[in-house]
Design a binder for this molecule. Structure first.
Ligand SMILES: Nc1nc2c(ncn2[C@@H]2O[C@H](COP(=O)(O)OP(=O)(O)OP(=O)(O)O)[C@@H](O)[C@H]2O)c(=O)[nH]1
Ligand SMILES: [Mg+2]
Ligand SMILES: [Zn+2]
Length: 305
């Protein structure tokens, strides 16, 4: 049986030239209708690729074989580039407090890279059963100074997890990002108990995750709420316009916007600039400086090419 009408769908998974597409709020088909789709050959997307999280119009729906064709792409709100995911509303940066050990410079790189997307960014600390309560409090204080109210979780205690789950259900489309082995998929399996995605212990020898998750995939939490699991990776220093960087650090933009400090030059990079009035006595300043210098060398080098 073929159905000729057009319908709105959400891309939940992508492999080679195939896409899994869930029909969105469709009365005729009910929920949970999932179709294997290819992009219609005749259309020209002008090098526009389709990613997980994209909304698409599907056509030529075949209810028996569960196949359909992607006819067009709905303009997207935003696009994360690593990994490629569209239309994210909330980024959850996930790090374990131990096994693998917490690397503050990596935490910072993930946070700053996430902030550059312009959506709400949160920090989740997993495996808190492996540290003392005192150490946990110290970490909470540290990240509060960075501008984040960290969510601390562990597999044994469910109180914080319940709050976290309630929060996720309020968000449209959240993504879990962080290094390998920190427990992203473990968390996802707790969020959606019917799911049994593969997780793996951290390697004893190299004390790192084993890159267990290989695909970006989007899952439905509740009616209008989705979550994306991603493969773990380590973040390199970024290549973005250095002039944007001060806006991504709360310790800096709070001084500029809330406290109204003014440096001599409007485009002050807050390094050794003449007439800089930024109070640099905050913990992340060394990370800021390091990032700014590496951005500057990349950016100006590429401009000369
Ligand atoms: N002690 C402890 N171990 C945990 C916790 N959460 C996850 N783990 C363990 O950490 C290991 C790695 O978990 P995964 O969920 O596979 O990690 P991941 O972030 O998805 O890793 P990749 O898919 O490689 O990116 C598993 O052995 C989990 O059982 C926790 O709260 N406490
Ligand atoms: Mg995983
Ligand atoms: Zn300055």
């Amino acid at each position: 049986m073929k159905n000729k009408s057009k319908h709105l769908g959400l891309v939940t998974k992508k492999f080679n030239e195939f896409f899994l597409v869930d029909l969105k709020n469709n009365e005729n088909f009910g929920n949970n209708e999932r179709f294997l789709c290819k992009v219609r050959k005749a259309i020209n997307f002008k090098d526009q690729f389709i990613y997980v999280g994209d909304e698409v119009v599907i056509d030529n729906i075949d209810l028996e074989s569960k196949r359909a064709v992607i006819k067009s792409l709905i303009p997207r709100q935003n696009l994360l580039t690593r990994p490629s995911v569209a239309n994210i509303s909330n980024i959850y940066i996930v790090f374990s407090v131990a096994e693998p050990e917490l690397n503050l410079s990596q935490v910072n790189r993930f946070l700053i890279s996430a902030e550059s997307i312009g959506v709400e960014v949160s920090l989740v600390l997993t495996k808190c059963d492996l540290i003392s309560d005192q150490k946990r409090t110290l970490l909470l204080d540290k990240f509060a100074k960075w501008g984040y109210q960290a969510i601390t979780l562990n597999l044994q205690k469910s109180d914080y997890f319940k709050n976290f789950l309630a929060e996720l259900k309020q968000k449209q489309c959240s993504i879990l990002m962080g290094p390998s082995g920190v427990g992203k998929t473990t968390l996802l399996n707790m969020i959606i108990p019917s799911l049994h995605n593969i997780t793996a212990p951290v390697s004893r020898k190299i004390k790192r995750g084993k890159n267990t998750t290989r695909n970006v995939e989007l899952f439905s939490i509740s009616n209008q709420s989705y979550i994306v699991d991603t493969p773990g990776f380590n973040m390199q220093p970024l290549e973005v316009d250095p002039s944007l960087l001060p806006n991504l650090y709360s310790e800096i933009y709070k001084q500029v916007i809330d406290a109204g400090i003014r440096c001599k030059f409007r485009n002050c990079l807050h390094l050794n600039d003449e007439g800089c009035n930024l109070n640099k006595s905050f913990e992340r300043y060394s990370f800021y400086k390091e990032m700014m210098e590496s951005f500057k060398s990349h950016y100006y080098q590429n401009q000369e090419d």
